[in-house]
Design a protein around this ligand. Structure first.
Ligand code: ZN
Ligand code: ZN
Length: 260
């Protein structure tokens, strides 16, 4: 069965499971190895059945368990060269056979799944989003995106299912307690995507045929799930798209699996 499920999704840790009948991959592994292993059991999957960990970028909330999982369970790690250097510097050496270097725009296979990495705007060395062809369906993942680029739209269009970032409510960031420089970073073009921008992206993708949308990577201090959902719901309705009739719209939980 084709599946996209967030296992963990927030500013404090991200891990997404993507599967078809014979291949299981993780996009990022940003919480502890034991929590990921336990979450996979809810899908009746053993960590040894994971065929690869595909990394979006080197921030800790995306790579925390990459080293431990790869070394202990012999799992290949896929990332572009600058990101791989940062991953190894942060989580320790990986076995040579598990270092799989990818390139932006160049598709690669993990067993029967084909993956296309594309560039996303974020303050990391070479951050990537991914479009994943599962055979009979196509899913895209793009979290940690300061703004929406044409390349993102082109790559994510025609996806049946998408996981996009709905990080913050702009007013909550502006009025919140974060230091000025951190607020500036979050709101910058290379920071994180606001609820408003996520709503626009969700609507655009839905107009192009996307049927299932997960809003993820919510900030714990600058967002609430209801705000993220209602902002996207409003924008979809303004464009005559009915959530949970024309499209399935869900907000990923910080620490409970969410699937569509
Ligand atoms: Zn992140
Ligand atoms: Zn990040």
């Amino acid at each position: 069965m084709n599946r996209l499920a967030t296992l963990f999704s927030s500013s404090s840790g991200n891990c997404t499971l993507i599967c078809n009948d014979d291949t299981n991959i993780l996009i990022d592994a940003g919480v502890s190895a034991s929590r990921i292993t336990a979450a996979l059991r809810e899908f009746e999957l053993d960590i040894c059945e994971i065929d690869g960990i595909v990394v979006t970028h080197e921030h800790t909330d995306h790579i925390k368990a990459v080293g431990a999982l790869s070394r202990k369970y012999n799992i290949p790690v896929y990332a572009n060269a600058p990101t791989m250097t940062e991953i190894i510097a942060s989580v320790g050496d990986l076995h040579d056979r598990n270092i799989c270097i990818t390139q932006c725009g160049k598709s690669f296979d993990i067993r029967s799944i084909n993956i296309v990495p594309f560039s996303i705007p974020h303050d990391a060395v070479e951050p990537m989003g991914y479009t994943v062809d599962l055979g009979s369906s196509r899913v895209s993942v793009a979290t940690d995106t300061g703004h929406i680029t044409k390349s993102m739209l082109v790559n994510m269009s025609k996806s049946d299912t998408v996981l996009i970032e709905s990080n913050h409510d702009v007013e909550m960031v502006k009025n919140g307690k974060y230091p000025y420089m951190l607020k500036k970073r979050i709101l910058s073009d290379n920071g994180h995507l606001s609820n408003e921008n996520a709503a626009w992206l969700a609507t655009q993708l839905a107009l192009w045929g996307t049927k299932k949308i997960i809003l993820g990577h919510l900030s714990e201090h600058n967002n609430i799930p209801e705000k993220a959902y209602e902002t996207a719901e409003k924008k979809l309705c303004e464009n005559n798209i009915k959530p949970n009739s024309d499209v399935i719209l869900k907000v990923a939980s910080k620490s409970q699996p969410c699937m569509v």
